[in-house]
Ligand binder design. Structure first.
Ligand code: TMP
Length: 218
């Protein structure tokens, strides 16, 4: 497994955050910016990005039956394991930059912290699903949950429907992770001016790309 990680040439960037924090908008912006600079970029989303993982996503977000927290953990990890094996390994070898909308930090925060399964307790299964892959850089888009949840205009899914307390715990959970790994995880305020958030993201990515540009562009 270690060999696979060493062979990869892509910079692996993930976007995280609570509900409706604007991840897709900022991912689109970043991908466009990097492509303009001549870098090949591949985008994914989690759970999803393979046929099976998208099917699991439907169950997770729209199941009318109750799902136990442990089941939920394994379903997210199952979707990820399939995605890593079917798509992510290949993409990390092929592209210069791979951007994923959510990855393992979501599980640690949503199931481990906010749902109460315990970050430490679930870390082994989360790592197993990732098969040795860890993001190089992670942006956590930070918006007050009360404000972010108001952005949902359609019928809420199973996770969005959870009480405000759950959504507030997500914010705290991401802060816990960012404290542990400040070099990788950057919390970016995303509740105001979009252009300012874009700029902040671009600045951090530029710093990551410049030192390894030779490697990225070879
Ligand atoms: P999205 O709507 O941002 O694509 O994410 C799907 C939902 O799944 C969102 O509510 C966050 C949740 N989620 C988890 O609870 N655990 C996970 O590991 C992942 C990847 C997502």
């Amino acid at each position: 497994m270690a060999k696979k990680t060493l062979k990869r040439k892509a910079l692996f960037i993930t976007f995280e955050g609570g509900e409706r924090t604007g991840k897709s908008t900022h991912i689109k912006f970043l991908a466009k910016l990097l492509r303009k600079r001549g870098l090949s970029v591949k985008r994914f989303r989690e759970p999803g990005s393979t046929k099976l993982s998208e099917q699991i996503r439907k169950v997770l977000l729209y199941s009318k039956r109750g799902i136990a927290p442990e089941t939920e953990l394994f379903l997210y990890c199952a979707a990820r394991a399939q995605f890593v094996k079917e798509e992510l390994f290949k993409a990390l070898k092929k592209y210069k930059v791979v951007i994923c909308d959510r990855f393992s930090d979501s599980t640690l925060v949503y199931q481990g912290y906010a749902l109460g399964l315990g970050i430490k307790k679930i870390s082994t299964v989360v790592k197993l699903a990732c098969q040795g892959i860890k993001p190089d850089l992670t942006f956590v888009l930070d918006v007050a949950p009360k404000k972010a949840l108001l952005r949902i205009k359609r019928k809420k899914d199973r996770i969005e429907r959870r009480p405000l307390k759950f959504h507030e715990a997500l914010r705290k959970g991401y802060r816990v992770l960012a404290k542990k790994e400040p070099k990788r995880i950057k919390i970016i305020k995303a509740d105001g001016d979009k252009a300012r958030t874009h700029k902040q993201i671009a600045e951090v990515v530029n710093l990551k790309i410049k030192p390894c540009r030779k490697k990225i562009c070879q």
